[in-house]
Design a protein around this ligand. Structure first.
Ligand code: ADP
Ligand code: SF4
Length: 691
């Protein structure tokens, strides 16, 4: 007899209209930056999630008509029959592992400028385009014929989606990204006809589309409705009470309620700005409004938390996007009781940056994400070793740790040497900064995997130099020694050093992370890195009582974090902590009690009093060991040394995701076919030319 587990509840089946999810793990629709450009890579990626045990695996948004698309973002399309095979391929991969395939039909309306189709966008009421940038385009007001047309197009798309093999066909009204959301909104919908005004009128089109879709495909397909409970804009936006009333009007019409928050940045809040399960107060109560199952998200990685929200009757299904990206095998690990093997999402939103930069999805924790077909990588399996030659890895940051655990799993004898007393490199230090605690999971997952690998020997407090490496006599050496922040101003905007006068107090992020603090109360942070570090350190200093001014040559603080949807939150938090933000300024000299700044546009100069300056600019690879070894090639044969590879920040500093990827790549390619830079080393899909 099997022993009962507190997580058994997560493995129970759930009926969703005419279909049944085999357990409660539900991969909600999420973007991938692959879409119509990389359909086979996408099909394989979704297939791996199905293999990992998710009961339902959904697409990203599928644009169902050319009068609404969100170029330059790359999503899926179902404009006519020619798009069916691409989507069918994905459904096949999902079905191959016994999961249900869900497809999210989307009409963006006023969210998309239609730069590709050049059609005039449509909205309940004509207005500016509400996308992530200020597009110089407006949408026109839909007339009754337009509404009839969109209903017909949606129905035709639902039929095509069914033909493509999908089991769940969404009516999408969430995130402010769908024209249905705009119809529901008092602010977007200023109509005076039966589609505007009262709550009932604003809900009319949603009800019609749900009914149309059920009529068209509801005999065999479930019809979920995805809706945002709150826009977190107070009375100006949709709020929970009003949304609950809306749900009340159509409570039994869909087969499933998939509830989220709007906008997307609130729904996919990074761990820096929100905890696991942060949406529970908004989702709680929906189940009382309907007999239909409810799915909700909240960056759930803890099986205890998941089981608890099912037991409490908050949701029936655990919705996950990011946790399923970081660990496509999360459900299987729960089912097999291997909780310690779960690769927990760190909530960094690098996955989101794939969509925002129109590049294939990537993940800090899961370096195989997006590479399942392209490079043939798998999140759980890696081929056996192809030689008996051991590997020495120097440096246990994200790159070294990932290389060690992946090579260890291949069966190689690995030695991992780290000069510090702790594992994790930059992650160990950065996870102590304000808001970044969850980033420590990059280290924790890998440390746990290493613990189980008897063939990986770990040596802490072991600083290696070229002599010790040569003496060690290992044929393969991997240098993953990381990087240090520069102590001068060379970064993105300032590309040459400036005068730093004698007596001026200059600190780097490494200094602050090593607990060296400025002397004197007034500190300027010069941020020419533009991601999170400048903002996080400004917070650290403000928390410690320093009078902190953040200076950037950009138009806003931490501008690259727009791609992780954190910029607004970062700047808000900085302002709330009393940090002054000085934009469009460049730095030209640092004196003991002042910095010389000037406007990046006019050159107008000013002196700004400061006791110390923290330079957040760029990093220098710690590659002395590599350079020393490479200089002594003639000694390699006697030492039994065959190869020295430099990976991660030691080669070229970048994000943590880059370093983890570099570690994985080394492990995947070791003893594989020779990689020639003259040939494309990964698979890619090319458009077929029409004769
Ligand atoms: P990456 O992001 O590329 O993994 P990190 O800077 O996070 O780089 O990690 C590099 C690690 O290498 C750090 O923990 C650092 O202490 C360690 N390290 C650097 N030089 C040596 C060395 N000569 N011997 C052993 N460990 C080293
Ligand atoms: Fe989570 Fe970061 Fe991976 Fe996205 S990139 S799934 S937020 S760990």
């Amino acid at each position: 007899m099997s022993v009962e587990s507190p997580y058994d509840i997560l493995l129970e089946p759930v009926a969703i209209g005419p279909v049944t999810a085999k357990n409660r793990f539900y991969q909600v629709p999420h973007c991938t930056g692959m879409g119509y450009r990389d359909p086979t890579a996408l099909a394989h990626m979704r297939g791996v999630k199905a293999e990992g045990g998710w009961a339902v695996v959904c697409t990203e948004q599928v644009e169902f008509h050319w009068t609404s698309e969100i170029t330059p973002f790359i999503e899926l399309r179902l404009w006519d029959d020619r798009d069916v095979p691409m989507l069918a391929k994905m459904a096949e991969h999902i079905h191959a592992h016994g999961a249900l395939a869900g497809l999210e039909l989307c009409y963006n309306g006023a969210h998309g400028p239609n730069f590709y189709s050049r059609e005039v966008p449509m909205a309940p009421t004509g207005r500016t385009i509400a996308s992530f940038s200020y597009e110089p385009v407006q949408a026109r007001t839909m007339d009754k014929q337009d509404i009839r047309n969109v209903r017909r197009w949606h129905k035709a798309a639902a039929v095509r989606a069914k033909r493509a093999g999908y089991d769940l066909i969404y009516v999408y009204a969430g995130h402010g990204l769908s024209f249905l959301h705009h119809f529901l909104s008092r602010e977007f919908n200023q109509r005076r006809d039966e589609y505007g005004g009262s709550l009932e009128n604003r809900t009319r089109l949603l009800k019609e589309l749900l009914t149309d879709t059920r009529e068209a495909v509801g005999d065999t397909c479930a019809v979920p409705c995805r809706l945002s409970m709150d826009e977190l804009r107070g009375e100006a936006g949709l709020e929970k009470a009003e949304t609950e009333d809306m749900i009340g009007l159509v409570a039994e019409v869909p087969d499933l309620w998939d509830v989220c928050l709007a906008g997307w940045e609130n729904d996919s809040l990074s761990s820096r700005f929100g905890e696991e399960g942060g949406q529970e107060p908004f989702i709680a109560g929906v189940k009382a409004l309907t007999t239909k199952p409810v799915v909700g998200v909240g960056r759930y990685t803890s099986p205890d938390r998941m089981a608890s929200i099912v037991r409490k009757g908050i949701v029936d299904l655990i919705g996950c996007a990011r946790p399923s990206i970081a660990d496509p095998f999360l459900p299987r690990k729960v089912a097999e009781g291997r909780l310690e093997d779960i690769r927990e999402c760190i909530g960094c939103n690098i996955c989101v940056s794939g969509d925002f930069t129109m590049s294939p999805i990537r993940c800090t924790q899961n370096p195989t994400m997006g590479e399942e077909w392209r490079r043939g990588w798998h999140p759980e399996f890696i081929r056996r070793q192809e030689s008996e030659k051991p590997v020495l890895i120097v440096g246990a940051g994200p790159a070294g740790l990932e290389a060690a655990q992946a090579l260890g799993k291949r069966g190689y004898e690995v030695t991992l040497a780290e000069q510090r007393r702790e594992l994790g490199g930059r992650v160990a230090r950065e996870c102590r900064l304000p808001g970044l605690a969850a980033w420590g999971r990059v280290r924790d997952y890998r440390a746990e995997q290493l613990r189980k690998l008897p063939n990986v020997a770990l040596y802490l407090e072991s600083q290696l130099d070229a002599e010790t490496v040569l003496e060690f006599g290992c044929p393969r050496v991997v240098i993953a020694t990381g990087a240090r922040w520069r102590g001068d101003v060379v970064g993105h905007h300032r590309t040459a050093p400036v005068t730093i006068e004698n007596g001026a107090q200059v600190l780097t992020p490494d200094d602050l992370m090593e607990n060296r603090l400025p002397e004197g109360p007034r500190v300027v942070i010069w941020d020419d890195d533009h991601y999170y570090m400048g903002g996080v350190l400004a917070e650290l200093l403000a928390d410690k009582g320093f009078d902190t001014t953040y200076v950037t040559p950009a138009s806003e603080a931490c501008t690259w974090s727009r791609h992780t949807m954190e910029q607004h939150f970062a700047q808000t938090r900085m302002l709330e902590k009393g940090i002054a933000i000085s934009a469009f300024r460049t730095l030209s000299r640092i004196s003991p009690s002042a910095v010389a700044l000037s406007c990046v546009h006019t050159g107008r100069a000013e002196e700004f009093e400061a006791d110390a300056v923290v330079l957040v600019t760029s990093r220098t690879p710690s590659d002395e060991l590599a350079a020393n070894l490479l200089r002594q090639r003639e000694r390699w044969p006697d030492a039994g040394l065959e190869s020295v590879d430099v990976i991660g920040d030691a080669l070229a500093p970048a994000t943590i995701a880059h370093a983890v990827y570099a570690g994985r790549r080394y492990a995947e390619e070791l003893d594989g076919p020779p990689v020639s830079t003259d040939e494309v080393p990964f698979k890619r899909e090319l458009a077929e030319l029409i004769a």
